[in-house]
Design a binder for this molecule. Structure first.
Ligand code: NAG
Ligand code: NAG
Length: 302
């Protein structure tokens, strides 16, 4: 006989595995710490470049949040002082703490410049950020056959050690930016009483430097939208029935289209990349940067 406390523990355990967060990001082999809302492995690093949020159990936000400030960087998303230095044209491996096969959907990435501050994205007003889509993981529904149901962009992520490579466009103007990376799970997309489409956005502070010498830089224009204008509740890509058989092979990605010359990494170029060392985050001062040194007394938030 299973006691009710065992059942509760089991259901909490399954909840925990059904959701995720960014464990770390990896830029050319250098690791920058992520943010775990439950701080399971201990306090979150004061050096982290990933914004905090308050979604319990690594959870989602849904259509109830589409017109709220939570859409920018998850529930109560709050910035951090550190930024990861990256060169335009580099790709950033976003390393999730696992992803369940039965949570299929798109992997989306957006960039917003941090303007009008002296500390880059540290004190930026998230409601003023204007997001440009740089990757929509197309083709999102790869094949109607597959394990999850169907084969989706999230299957590619899972097969690559729960990693998605996001390219910073080679023509992006140097400066501070927030990267908004988002998984959408369609598991209950047609059941609004359960959750509807589940959104898992996460924000990362970047300081973009000019591309490496010799990297061709393609003209790139930011075409931003506020986070509250990204999604509409009845978009076909947000009410898609993943359990319909046979599954329609058409999947229309929600949100704005990917901007010209964004250079997303195609599925065939996705890889799991191991890190070799800890990266050194920077702090933005005016138009330049200085090394970020976390004080032991600051930033230790769960
Ligand atoms: C895969 O992920 C684990 C856990 O996050 C990590 O320790 C390992 O280095 C990763 N391997 C590769 C090849 O990225
Ligand atoms: C290193 C690794 O796991 N690579 C895989 C990434 O995903 C693609 C697409 O599913 C696979 O072909 C790779 O083997």
């Amino acid at each position: 006989m299973i006691s009710s406390s065992t059942l509760l523990a089991l259901s909490l355990a399954s909840l925990a595995t059904a959701h995720s967060h960014i464990r770390y990001i990896n830029i050319n082999g250098l690791k920058y710490e992520g943010y775990d809302p439950r701080a399971i492995g201990g306090p979150n690093s004061p050096n982290r470049v990933v914004w905090s949020h308050t979604a319990p159990d690594d959870g989602w936000i849904n259509f109830n949040h589409y017109s709220t400030p939570h859409m920018a960087c998850h529930e109560d998303g709050a910035s951090v002082p550190a930024h990861a230095p990256v060169q335009a044209g580099d790709s950033i491996a976003m390393h999730w703490a696992g992803w369940p096969l039965n949570h299929p959907g798109p992997v989306l990435s957006y960039l917003a410049p941090c303007e009008g501050t002296r500390d880059g994205c540290a004190s930026v007003d998230k409601t003023k950020l204007q997001w440009t889509k740089i990757d929509d993981s197309a083709p999102v529904l790869i094949s109607p056959e597959g394990p999850s149901p169907g084969r989706w962009a999230t299957n590619v992520l899972i097969e690559n050690n729960s990693t998605w490579q996001v390219r910073i466009p080679s023509g992006l103007k140097p400066g501070p930016y927030v990267l908004r990376h988002e998984l959408i799970s369609l598991i209950f997309a047609t059941q609004p009483e359960l959750s509807g489409a589940q959104h898992y956005p996460v924000c990362v502070n970047l300081f973009v430097q000019p591309p490496k010498r010799g990297t061709p830089s393609l003209p790139f224009t930011l075409k931003g939208l506020p986070a509250t204008k990204l999604y509409e509740r009845n978009h076909p890509g947000l009410v898609f029935d993943v359990s319909a058989t046979p599954m329609a092979t058409m999947y229309v990605v929600p949100g704005p289209t990917v901007t010209a010359n964004a250079q997303p990494v195609p599925h065939a170029g996705q890889t799991a990349s191991a890190f070799v060392a800890d990266g050194r985050p920077v702090k933005v001062q005016g138009t330049g940067t200085v090394p970020f040194m976390a004080k032991r007394t600051e930033g230790f938030s769960a």
